[in-house]
Design a protein around this ligand. Structure first.
Ligand code: GUN
Length: 292
């Protein structure tokens, strides 16, 4: 069993982006600039946004963090995005999800200029991804692809089972694994909360991507020998033994599933770190495309 180590791969990606960025600056180009908007103070979202800002600093990007009160009207967020869309110095915009109930995520995602859509959530980016055209790929699926590539995991002709169909992970990773490229060329089954016989389907899988957000959901009896398991879950579970009061749990019962796998991602230290590395890559690409 080989661990797909998010620490190693994300560092390699960030080092490569840092190197490319220093070449960019040496050539007299502008510094890549990522603007992040955080509405409210949800603990997990705070952590993710802080990690994104820290990665910008490590790489040498400029970053702007806009914090908005959880009770704001939608119009306040709209105005903030319009300002960032119009700001020529800003290369990438991300609005951390989820948003408070009074704000339409769909409306907000649609408003981000596609040239600055480093999360790859805009329908324009999603449509291009479906057609295999160059675009920003959503960070978590993109990070998973980079991980499979780094470890040279064989994907061609494999049966990949994706559990979850969100716009952020499940649906896009199912499309990327199905593309006629490497990593890709999988036969993909997308499962969700209404899928009967989930266990039987998982037992047929060469590759399983668990992205449903239920800690420990994928158990050893659902996984065949030598499967590749990618765990996208990052749920906070109360744990009095931790200083923070919680532990981060994945969607996979790691202790029992790992011994059966050819490759598996740990949680923490797996896909989560790749999400940030992929975002950094998208921000670099946004800057280069915008400032040719
Ligand atoms: N919430 C959960 N995942 C993500 C992500 O990749 N980007 C943003 N903006 N919000 C998220």
């Amino acid at each position: 069993m080989q661990i797909l180590d998010g620490k190693i791969v994300s560092q390699a990606v960030k080092d490569a982006v840092k190197e490319k960025t220093s070449l960019l600056l040496a050539a007299g180009k502008k510094t890549p600039h990522l603007a992040a908007i955080l509405v409210g103070s949800d603990g997990a979202s705070e952590t993710y946004v802080a990690s994104k800002v820290k990665s910008c600093e490590e790489i040498g990007y400029k970053s702007t963090l806009i914090r908005l009160d959880p009770n704001i009207e939608e119009s306040v967020l709209i105005e903030a995005i319009e300002k960032l869309n119009a700001d020529v110095d800003v290369d990438g915009i991300l609005v951390q999800l989820p948003l408070p109930k009074q704000i339409s995520e769909e409306k907000i995602i649609n408003l981000i200029h596609p040239d600055k859509d480093v999360d790859g959530f805009h329908p324009m980016s999603a449509g291009k991804m479906v057609q295999g055209l160059p675009t920003f790929l959503p960070a978590t699926p993109y990070g998973i692809m980079m991980m499979l590539e780094h470890y040279k995991v064989e994907t061609k002709g494999k049966h990949a089972v994706v559990i979850g169909r969100s716009n952020i992970v499940g649906r896009p990773i199912s499309i990327l694994l199905n593309r006629n490229t490497y990593p890709g060329n999988c036969t993909v089954t997308v499962c969700h909360s209404h899928t009967p016989n989930l266990k039987d389907i998982c037992l047929q899988a060469d590759i399983i991507v668990a992205a449903l957000g239920r800690p420990g959901f994928l158990t050893a009896d659902m996984v065949k020998e030598n499967a590749v398991v990618v765990d996208v879950g990052i749920t906070r579970v109360a744990d009095a033994s931790k200083k923070s009061g919680f532990a981060i749990k994945g969607d996979v019962d790691y202790a029992n599933v790992a011994p059966k796998c050819s490759f598996i991602t740990p949680v923490p230290g797996g896909v989560g770190l790749m999400t940030i590395a992929a975002l950094m890559m998208n921000t670099y690409n946004a800057c280069v495309a915008k400032n040719k």
